[in-house]
Design a protein around this ligand. Structure first.
Ligand SMILES: Nc1ncnc2c1ncn2[C@@H]1O[C@H](COP(=O)(O)OP(=O)(O)OP(=O)(O)O)[C@@H](O)[C@H]1O
Ligand SMILES: [Mg+2]
Length: 251
């Protein structure tokens, strides 16, 4: 469903000169799988997800999403994905329900089907209490839920979440993670970025550890723990980052 090969993105930063935000990244995500991108600030997670969602063009390499090349067929890719960026972009003057309806109409969902679909989503994400609240009066958690609802309204096979729990309290974060797990169980292909080890342990079927634009290793949490002989994924993460920093300072 998602196939990424040697993906590279360079930015030209006025102050820093050329910045390789993503370097020769390769991975694959299957339907019914949650793939995690685990990395510290500035690792390249958002850049990678923005390329997959066709917001950015890669400098080189290839990414196929739902069978379409992101650079050549961006419209077909967009029809097959739901992308939730960290910036929720909620409109102040629309209610929760109106916002999700608005997105559903943008995707051209026929009105009767749209209403049924929205009822379904508001039930599963437990959003019925907030349906008539205006964007300007929503808490961060409420906005996050609306953002998920509109990401999935057109029922796409591929879902891309960029740190979906950032800024949420434990209760809402838990509800969000449950929603993501349910989408996986419904057969969706999911990629999600985080810097929270617990989320990876609880949710991800496989994870890639990313640092300074490079994927350092990929596997299930258990495979990585065994490979590096560490007690948990956090220790694996620190070990890999330490090794990588050492390697970069030598070159
Ligand atoms: N438009 C841009 N112009 C120049 N540099 C950029 C641009 N966007 C991202 N970068 C750089 O690319 C690198 C990766 O950034 P990115 O936002 O992908 O990281 P991230 O892993 O999502 O980090 P965070 O956890 O902080 O969200 C950083 O060094 C960042 O400064
Ligand atoms: Mg980011």
């Amino acid at each position: 469903m998602i196939l990424v090969q040697d993906l590279t993105k360079e930015f030209t930063d006025l102050k820093r000169g050329p910045v390789a935000a993503v370097k020769n990244v390769s991975f694959e995500v299957k339907p019914g799988e949650i793939f995690g991108l685990l990395g510290p600030n500035g690792a390249g997670k958002t850049t990678c997800l923005r390329i997959l969602s066709t917001v950015l063009k890669p400098t080189s390499g290839q990414a196929l999403v739902a069978g379409y090349d992101v650079a050549r067929f961006p419209e077909s890719v967009r029809a097959n994905i739901g992308f939730m960026s960290c910036n929720t972009g909620i409109y102040d003057r629309m209610t929760a329900r109106e916002m999700v309806e608005y997105y559903g109409r943008l995707y051209g969902i026929e009105e009767e089907r749209l209403q049924v679909r929205i009822d379904e989503i508001f039930d599963t994400l437990q959003m019925n209490e907030i349906r008539d609240i205006l964007g300007s009066k929503m808490s961060t958690g409420m906005k996050q839920k609306v953002s998920i609802a509109r990401t999935i309204v057109h029922d796409p096979p591929v879902l891309i979440f960029d740190e979906p729990t950032s800024g949420l309290d434990v209760l809402v974060a838990r509800a969000v993670l449950e929603a993501v797990a349910n989408l996986r169980d419904a057969g969706k292909c999911i990629i999600f970025s985080t810097h929270i080890m617990r989320e990876v342990e609880k949710l991800c079927d496989r994870v890639a550890i990313i640092h300074k634009g490079e994927i350092l290793d990929t596997g299930t949490v258990q495979e990585l723990i065994d490979e590096y002989n560490r007690p948990d994924i956090e220790e694996v993460f620190f070990e890999l980052i330490r090794e990588h920093k050492e390697k970069l300072s030598l070159t």
